[in-house]
Design a protein around this ligand. Sequence first.
Ligand SMILES: Nc1ncnc2c1ncn2[C@@H]1O[C@H](COP(=O)(O)OP(=O)(O)O)[C@@H](O)[C@H]1O
Ligand SMILES: [Mg+2]
Length: 374
Amino acid sequence: MNAERAQWLADYAPQILDAVVDAIITIDSTGRMLSVNAAAIRKFGYTEAEMVGQPLAMLMPERFARVHQGYVENYLANGQAKIIGVGRELVAQSKSGHEFPIYLAVSEIRTDQGVFFAGIVRDLTEQKAAEEALYEQRERLSQVARLSTMGEMTASIAHEINQPLTAISMYAQACMKLLKMDDVNTDKLDDALSKLNRQALRAGAVIERIQRFVRHEDGERQMVDINALVSDLGHLAAGDARLHGIDLQFDLDPGLPSVLCDPIQVQQVALNLIRNAIDAMHEIGCANGHQLTVSTYCEGGNVEVAVIDCGTGVAEDQTDLLFSAFHTTKKDGMGMGLSICKSIIEDHGGELNFRNNEACGSTFYFRLPVTADE
Ligand SMILES: Nc1ncnc2c1ncn2[C@@H]1O[C@H](COP(=O)(O)OP(=O)(O)O)[C@@H](O)[C@H]1O
Ligand SMILES: [Mg+2]
């Protein structure tokens, strides 16, 4: 640095430090604060005199202060500074006890007087709030899409529930008839009642599956057996397929490893692909055949789910638009399905795509990594 510039910096350094938006705090090798800038005073609510000379740990909640003190002691013992050069997300605490998320980057400054550290503290409150809002918005959108998928399936769902209800009514009438007979045949009565019970449970299971799918209470990721998930989904989609004269088949790889994912969201993706496939086959009156296959397999560290249809296939001029929001070729389509599915899968570190089949129709597939990147 030339002398002129050095002088300029020396003259204006305090002003520059105080003009910076982030809090800048220097500490000595024992973790005590040497200086604080104006932003630090503003953010933490202490006066300069209250901070300088005190341990940096006073700016963190108790539970983090202990960890931090461990770092300092480790540094004093063997010179290893764990957070130097790498930034870290932490939680800070102001004088009033208010906790807020921060990003702390620490650099080491070596002088002839010894070593000290400069910590730059960035308040992440607004960034975190924006992330949270985005997450919530996506969750809501996903919820709307689930409801709309269910809406599209109303006819088949109604049918799926009506069937057991009709059977229940029939068995109930049979029981009443049996009861009116002179010598009541308890074996027959028992048989009819247990059939009635089975049908009631069946209707209940349909409703429970729909509720679970639509509500999606806790969006937690867990180790999931994708085959079980796909089979369970088969129960939801089977009625819809049947209603459209489509033969829904499963080709599941028995050696599939579990993957870390949000099961309801992944089910939502698979159900959307199946719904689209049914639409594409229905559109041409199943002219290419009635078979719709959902297959699972493991390849190259990924679990893959493929929905293979023999529907319209995807026209060349559509391929770039397919995954855009609100793109639809259906007269009452919403065009949100694939765009939401893609974001769900990418959020899981996976990939969603499609290819046209050689003979007819297309295959939409998604891959999820077996070892999720933490
Ligand atoms: N299996 C498929 N075969 C052919 N075209 C498909 C298939 N799946 C999706 N598409 C096309 O992608 C478009 C967007 O799908 P999607 O985002 O689910 O919205 P929507 O189903 O409401 O139209 C569909 O309108 C259709 O043109
Ligand atoms: Mg769709």
